[in-house]
Design a protein around this ligand. Structure first.
Ligand SMILES: [Fe+2]
Ligand SMILES: [Fe+2]
Length: 233
């Protein structure tokens, strides 16, 4: 992209004084092992194309993960109803992000996934019910992180995107609660020790330097990490 796209997402008047912690429940902030580093927020504002394309990818992947659980755990009625509802909401978010991209002239293209989800997925134990509990706890961590990142970005965004991200803070916050509730329901043992392990892995992925900027990437090595052509996979 030859011209600077940053203005397509940045608030023209500069950041507002909105207190983004006020948008997030205390329990959600306590659930995560760390806050998003400000360097990531700066990289997001400098890479609007990658932010929105990867955001669309994340919504689609979230729907797909929920559908996978529905196929595997057909004898878990509460999981089926919660995941069905969640998948529909994620697909709606996907459509909304794609619409925002189209109105901003951002072309949807393939980009490589970040290391984040795969880094968490590697922690999943092999046997059920531990496997299911791990997937649900990781789902709760991803939803909570997404929620926290939307909130961190809001003060810097132009009004339409800020309004959209405020609605996502609410729905991803509900998804975090649903995943955690399901993990508690299906675990045969207290969750805290397993959660501590996964929380530490998630924190490390967020705080370790990362050469690729993505929605869930770590600390950017540089702001303009990669040019558009190097992103095509
Ligand atoms: Fe979503
Ligand atoms: Fe979600």
């Amino acid at each position: 992209m030859a011209h600077d796209l940053s203005r397509v997402i940045k608030a023209p008047q500069g950041p507002s004084n909105e207190d983004t912690d006020a948008l997030l429940p205390d329990s959600l902030l306590a659930f995560l092992g760390c806050r998003t580093p400000h360097a990531w927020v700066e990289a997001a504002l400098d890479n609007p194309e990658l932010l929105l394309i990867d955001h669309a990818q994340c919504e689609k992947k979230a729907a797909s993960t929920a559908m996978s659980l529905m196929y595997r755990y057909v004898d878990h009625p509460l999981l089926l109803s919660k995941m069905s509802q969640l998948a529909r909401e994620e697909l709606l978010h996907f459509e909304q992000v794609v619409g925002l991209m189209e109105r901003r002239g951002i072309v949807y293209r393939h980009i490589k996934a970040s290391r984040y989800a795969e880094g968490l997925r590697q922690q999943v134990r092999k046997e059920d019910p531990q496997r299911l509990v791990d997937i649900l706890l990781i789902g709760a961590l991803i939803e909570a992180r997404s929620c926290e990142r939307f909130a961190r970005l809001i003060p810097y965004l132009e009004p339409e995107l800020a309004k959209f991200y405020r609605t996502l803070v609410k729905s991803e916050g509900r998804h975090y609660e649903d995943y955690l509730m399901l993990a508690e329901r299906y675990s045969k043992e207290p969750l805290e020790s397993r959660l501590a392990v996964l929380r530490a892995v998630e924190k490390e992925l967020i705080e370790r330097p990362d050469v690729s900027f993505r929605f869930h990437s770590g600390i950017p090595v540089t702001n303009r990490v990669e040019n558009a052509s190097s992103q095509v996979s």
